[in-house]
Design a protein around this ligand. Structure first.
Ligand SMILES: [Zn+2]
Length: 430
């Protein structure tokens, strides 16, 4: 990591955190590994630009990454391997490829993977080597010594001022792709179940990860899942459009749950918009959730000793089992929200309680919570003050001091708070 996390990183992390939570909920034993490729061109370049050392720069941005993901309620992976800590293992891996005839040394440049040595190259990204060669031909190939323009570096010979490690091919550093293959296979072993990532990584990164492993005779990931891009008004994110680019900007302006809800409302494979309009719409959805729980509290409906509704739970599960159809699953949750609201209207406490427990349970599977429900304090700032004002207005009303009650209502309105007077008292939402 060489910069602050942007919205694309946030989306990918949220998709796979949700998948992990769902799998755990279904009783699957999950080992979740997230590779940190802390030795790579962009880190070296950025460090040179800023005058920081590579490890300091990488560590600083990694800390920001985990902190911001934490506020999105993304759980830490079981393992977070760092490429810089496993260079000897990476060297062994490259050695294996050289032995297998799938890699070769260009003196003074580095060790290259020979794409020709792997028949299935291109299968992951649905490309043929002929297509790829045509595309590569258009570029100026700086390495005339490569056997094929598609061949890529496994080991880069040291340049002055760059971090370097010893190897049989002289001092140097690993290429980005081999770092990932070595870490994944090292921790998860051959033929691990699933590899995820953003779809901008399918080619060449994931294609190359797979090629390296399989050319060494090792089965790589048995399944792949790629999440779609984040776009703004149909285009790549751009600051000039006045929209968000970094996750930090979104976290400054919105309750972090808003971003998770927005991500879940889009199928993971589709490109998605994350502009202000979309964020505001998701915030309104979140307000509906929070309002239900406040309403239930006012109506005295607790959630003890009730099991979630099995029918709703199985609809939710069916949606999630269908290629992680989170928009469908969110739809099931909001149906249950509607059911709970109708039951509260009808003063049918048993139905309301059951629907409420179901909503809480399913939100938890998705890594979401209603404000006030979460033990980790998901209430947005200012909620306490608003609740106190609402209580003061209720008091004024029961004392028949309507002027004061109206004054407080106006003040709340100016704060963007909407009040709803119900049979059980006043409920508010933003
Ligand atoms: Zn990778």
């Amino acid at each position: 990591m060489y910069d602050e996390p942007h919205l694309g990183h946030a989306r990918t992390a949220l998709v796979f955190d949700t998948l992990r939570r769902f799998l755990v909920w279904t009783g699957t034993d999950v080992t979740f590994v997230s590779n940190v490729t802390d030795v790579e061109d962009k880190i070296i370049q950025r460090a040179a630009e800023t005058g920081a050392t590579e490890p300091d720069l990488a560590r600083r941005y990694e800390a920001i990454y985990w902190e911001q993901l934490g506020s999105l309620n993304v759980d830490r992976p079981d393992e977070v391997p760092h490429a810089s800590a496993v260079v000897p293992e990476i060297v062994d891996f490259i050695e294996e490829l050289v032995q297998a005839g799938a890699a070769y040394l260009i003196e003074g440049v580095g060790v290259y993977f020979a794409v020709e040595a792997y028949d299935d190259y291109g299968a992951l990204s649905h490309r043929t080597t002929a297509d790829l060669l045509e595309g590569a031909g258009a570029r100026v190939d700086i390495d005339a010594q490569k056997r094929s323009p598609l061949d890529f570096a496994l080991w880069k010979s040291a340049k002055p001022g760059e971090p370097a490690w010893p190897s049989p091919w002289g001092e140097g550093r690993p290429g980005w792709h081999i770092e990932c293959s070595a870490m994944s296979l090292g921790l998860l072993s051959d033929g691990f179940d699933l590899h995820g990532g953003g779809d901008d990584l399918v080619f060449p990164h994931h294609e190359n990860e797979r090629a390296q492993a399989e050319a060494a005779g090792r089965r790589f990931a048995r399944h792949w899942m790629h999440s779609g891009m984040v776009v703004v008004e149909g285009e790549k994110m751009s600051k000039s459009l006045g929209n968000f680019t970094t996750l930090g900007e979104v976290l400054d302006s919105y309750d972090p749950r808003t971003l998770r809800l927005l991500v879940l409302q889009t199928h993971y494979r589709k490109p998605m918009e994350m502009g202000r309009a979309e964020m505001d719409a998701a915030a309104a959805g979140l307000a509906r959730l929070d309002a239900l729980f406040r309403r239930a509290r006012v109506a005295g409906i607790d959630q003890s000793e009730v099991e979630p509704d099995p029918e709703i739970v199985s609809s939710f599960r069916a949606a999630m089992d269908d290629d992680l159809n989170t928009p469908g699953a969110i739809g099931v949750v909001f149906d249950a929200v509607r059911r709970a609201n109708q039951a509260i209207d009808a003063e049918d406490d048993d139905t309301a309680r059951r629907a409420l427990v179901t909503v809480t349970h399913l939100l938890d599977v998705l890594g979401l919570s209603a404000a006030g429900e979460a033990a980790d304090g998901a209430e947005s700032p200012g909620d306490e003050r608003i609740a106190a004002m609402v209580a003061a207005r209720d008091e004024a009303r029961s004392a028949k001091d309507f002027a004061e009650a109206d004054r407080i209502r106006d003040e709340l309105t100016s704060l963007g708070v909407t009040l709803e007077d119900t049979a059980h008292g006043t409920v508010w939402h933003r």
